[in-house]
Design a protein around this ligand. Structure first.
Ligand code: HEC
Length: 186
């Protein structure tokens, strides 16, 4: 009975972080759906004035995350006027640099702005990796299929879970003292 209990305890102890980890990883990483949503929003609301890499009416946005904090960006996108009027020195310098053109307040909520940022990050990564080589596999990778070979979060979690499962199996075997082959016949 105690043995069974300890086995259960080991199982729970190993599987809990596994499940929890899967959760944090999938919420921390931008999902393909979020990136698509971000691209759509960028095209609708931002593209008239912003390009990814070149200056247009406003600054290029691809690497804006390296320049500014997320909170600053969210506030600025919602209401550039408010940020400028608050006396923020960065916003005021930008305003002067871009010929005192006021960026209009954008009707996006925090989540939508984060999607746009996810799209910008993604476009930067895609560029570093070079232009995509068209392959038949890419067609399979489209859509909501979660089984992606480039989903590192998934593979890390998967590997850890498999290793922990093996350890758990080992514990089970040890605890129930199933005879090892060399002990047969003792
Ligand atoms: C009507 C033109 C216009 C539109 C539309 C527009 N912007 Fe801007 N944006 C600007 C200008 C001009 C600036 C430069 C700052 C200034 O002049 O106030 C700017 C600055 C920014 C900055 C600061 C960049 C930096 O280098 O710190 C961010 C971030 C930004 N815009 C995001 C967005 C996003 C996201 C959207 C779409 C949801 C958007 N903008 C739509 C004109 C625009």
């Amino acid at each position: 009975m105690t043995r069974l209990f300890s086995v259960l305890l080991v199982l729970v102890a190993y599987l809990t972080p596994c499940v929890a980890m899967q959760d944090t990883i999938s919420t921390d990483m931008a999902s393909p759906a979020q990136i698509t949503e971000g691209e759509k929003l960028f095209t609708m609301y931002c593209k008239a004035c912003h390009q990814l890499e070149r200056r247009l009416v406003g600054p290029p946005l691809q690497d804006v995350r390296q320049r500014r904090g997320e909170e600053w960006i969210v506030n600025f996108v919602k209401s550039a006027t408010t940020v400028i009027e608050s006396g923020d020195s960065v916003a005021n310098a930008l305003f002067e640099e871009y010929n005192r053109v006021l960026m209009p307040d954008q009707p996006l909520d925090n989540e939508q702005i984060k999607s746009v940022l996810a799209y910008l990050d993604h476009s930067a990564e895609a560029e570093q990796a070079g232009p995509p080589i068209p392959r038949p596999v890419d067609a399979l990778a489209q859509g909501p299929d979660p089984f992606r070979f480039d989903d590192f979060g998934f593979w890390i979690t998967y590997t850890i879970c498999v290793v922990l499962l093996i350890i758990t199996m080992y514990f089970l075997v040890e605890n129930f003292s199933i005879s090892h082959p060399e002990e047969i016949g003792d």
